[in-house]
Ligand binder design. Structure first.
Ligand SMILES: [Zn+2]
Length: 248
């Protein structure tokens, strides 16, 4: 579905990206850096409300940069000897990092939409694997699933004891508002920000994760040193959920 709002956002994104590349070509000082692609950049391009959204080199979003920063600084460790289920793998830098694992499974409900090799079709509502994965990663996925309580329990079952789920969702300050696919797309776009979202999460997403049996750590970009945060243009919040047990 294309609406005026989305077209305007896309045009703005393209325009600021072009300006940033032109500034770099003209010799503007690159005093920012992208932890997703490793390039120094003159700034990040706008997307919608966010004036510092994308890396002009690789396109990485603030949340993709946050994940790369947390991995590069060993706050998070990728289980390279283990199994990783990577949902909706459209962040190239994370595909690179995760695909080095012994058992890497890139997946989506619509695998044809991705160019990542060996994509598998996985419906999280029907995910029935048990004690299989060391890491589950899903960024901007949970707001699309019909029943997130059910999906969180499925993820919990699919993880090994000690395994982790790294979850990122669009957040607002208010409590979570749930919808359903019975609501017309236009109405969902108005209420949840995008036509294929069925809810808008608030900080109480944390309670839902705990209710599914996880231990939870919230890593918000606002907790990172201000200079580092500025340098890399970091933003967003990671919900780091751990299935209890294991040796980790
Ligand atoms: Zn980049």
């Amino acid at each position: 579905m294309i609406t005026f709002q989305r077209v305007a956002k896309a045009v703005g994104k393209h325009l600021t990206r072009t300006i940033l590349m032109a500034r770099k070509a003209l010799g503007a000082r690159a005093h920012r850096a992208c932890p997703a692609c490793g390039q120094t950049v003159v700034g990040f391009f706008r997307y919608g409300e966010n004036a510092e959204w994308g890396c002009p080199g690789c396109g990485a979003s603030p949340r993709e940069r946050l994940m790369n920063h947390l991995i590069a600084t060993n706050v998070l460790s990728v289980p390279s000897a283990g199994a990783i289920l990577h949902m909706a793998p459209n962040e190239a830098s994370l595909v690179r990092r995760f695909s080095a694992a012994a058992d890497y499974v890139p997946a989506d409900l619509n695998p044809d939409r991705y160019s990542v090799p060996a994509m598998r079709r996985v419906d999280l509502m029907a995910l029935a694997e048990m004690d299989r994965y060391d890491l589950f990663y899903a960024s901007h996925v949970m707001e699309h699933v019909p029943d997130d309580h059910h999906v969180l329990r499925n993820i919990h079952s699919a993880l090994k004891a000690g395994g982790e789920a790294w979850l990122i969702v669009p957040l607002w300050d208010k409590p979570t508002e749930d919808g359903s696919f019975d609501i017309p797309p236009r109405e969902r776009e108005r209420r949840f920000g995008q036509w294929d979202h069925v809810r808008q999460y608030g900080p109480d997403f944390a309670d839902r994760i705990r209710a599914a049996g996880f231990e939870l750590e919230e890593i918000d970009a606002s907790g990172i040193d201000a200079d580092v945060r500025h340098l890399f243009g970091l933003d967003d919040r990671l919900f780091r959920a751990r299935k209890p047990g294991g040796t980790a």
